[in-house]
Write a protein that binds this ligand. Structure first.
Ligand SMILES: Cc1ncc(COP(=O)(O)O)c(C=O)c1O
Length: 403
């Protein structure tokens, strides 16, 4: 672990949590971390289980509690985020749920903003009050630190920030929010899915817990659904027992697929960022494009904060609004030849979504428009293709718009 702390991001993405050389891997001699596809593990004697659960000896007993392949992933995720420990979950939404369930009880309150992805909004604003007795308060302007401060009550158990936010790339001040949270002795939780630890490290900026959808850039190809939590050892240890109790461990094969993808994460994020910047340059000069949510543009209102928090690039997710509203947006999306319509982001291939009719269709119109999700907004997850080919596809689709 001491060595791991000195490694750069690329070495960490390749080596953290697994070494094929030491003795513990001798029986397999596998260069690639093995997929241990087993629901149960033999115990060496009847006391072995007691030694495992009391942390006297490392080991595994039952597949709902832990798994060696999942453990490698959890160590790698923690190392990448610069945290003490990690927990992998079967989806990103489940990671959010584990944090919510773990830190609250009936009668508590939580504080977040409208600028969170659709399912988190449903979980915090609909399910938590109805099923868990938790009240969710929302700040109107997540860029206004005073509003966060003013909305904290003695019952508030945590602050939750998705930054940058999906799909409008709103950037929140992580260090500022951490200071407010800590002054009230509560944790700040950051959803780091858009940035990944390659581009933004919330824990080093003061956050206490980082959650991810591994389905997106971390998983990479759009092949698996998964999520993760990184925090201090004690918090993760307690969350692991919750996960074992409700039976929501990630499957070994999914963990393995994420591990394989993480090896190239720094390279991919650099290319996603460079390609997105090229596309933004192109979109910015197109007469049919009304506005672009991506901070590489000098006129972007949050450019300074975004550059401070993400000095190495802004990643692959951007959105832009076309002249002509919903009809025009749908026409552009339906005209793409290379770019398929897929309701996700973070894949190696470029994909497109219409948030108003798909990912955010359950939001009320006023709420949706208040956070910039207009009918004419198109979300683009920029992949690793040759940027000229993507620009050609954008051009032929945008040029079909009349007038
Ligand atoms: C920012 C963000 N976090 C978390 C999630 C949830 O991830 P999953 O789809 O893996 O449950 C999503 C899903 O869209 C998301 O956009």
């Amino acid at each position: 672990m001491t060595e791991e702390k000195k490694w750069g991001l690329s070495t960490t993405a390749l080596h953290a949590g697994y070494s094929p050389v030491p003795m513990d891997m001798t029986p397999f001699r596998s260069f690639v971390p093995p997929v241990i596809q087993s629901a149960v593990y033999p115990l060496s004697d009847v006391d072995h289980y007691t030694r495992i659960v009391s942390d006297e000896e490392p080991g595994y007993d039952y597949g709902r509690n832990s798994n060696p392949t999942v453990d490698v992933l959890q160590k790698r995720l923690a190392a990448l985020e610069g945290g003490e420990a990690g927990l992998a979950t079967p989806s990103g939404v489940h990671a959010c749920f584990v944090v919510l369930q773990h830190l609250t009880q009936a009668g508590d309150e939580i504080l977040t903003s409208h600028r969170i992805f659709g399912e988190a909004y449903g979980m915090f604003y609909d399910m938590a009050p109805k099923k868990m007795g938790i009240t969710t308060h929302l700040v109107e302007d997540p860029g206004d630190l005073d509003e966060w401060q003013d909305k904290i009550t003695p019952q508030t158990r945590f602050l939750w920030a998705e930054t940058p936010s999906n799909p409008t790339f709103f950037v929140m001040d992580i260090a500022g929010l951490a200071e407010i949270a800590h002054a009230h002795n509560i944790p700040l939780i950051v959803d780091n899915t858009l940035a990944t630890p390659c581009l933004q490290k919330p824990l080093t900026l003061g956050a206490d817990i980082v959650v991810h959808s591994l389905t997106k850039f971390m998983g990479g190809q759009g092949a698996i659904v998964g999520g993760s939590i990184v925090a201090n050892k004690e918090l993760i240890r307690n969350m692991v027992s919750t996960v074992a109790r409700v039976g929501s461990i990630m499957s070994p094969i999914d963990a393995w697929l994420v591990l394989m993808s993480l090896e190239t994460l720094p390279l991919r994020m650099a290319r996603h960022s460079a390609n997105a910047e090229r596309l933004v340059e192109y979109l910015a000069q197109h007469p049919k494009v009304k506005g672009i949510n991506y901070p590489s543009l000098p006129e972007h209102p949050q450019r300074e904060l975004a550059t401070q928090q993400m000095p190495d690039g802004f990643g692959g997710l951007l959105s832009f609004e076309v002249e002509g509203g919903r009809e025009a947006a749908l026409q552009v999306i339906n005209s793409f030849r290379l770019i398929p319509i897929v309701p996700s982001f973070g894949t190696t291939r470029t994909i497109v979504t219409h948030p108003a009719t798909h990912t955010h269709c359950n939001m009320k119109l006023e709420e949706r428009e208040a956070v910039g999700i207009f009918d004419g907004l198109i979300r683009l997850s920029v992949g690793l293709e040759d940027p000229e080919d993507l620009i050609a596809d954008l051009e032929q689709a945008l040029n079909k718009l009349k007038g």
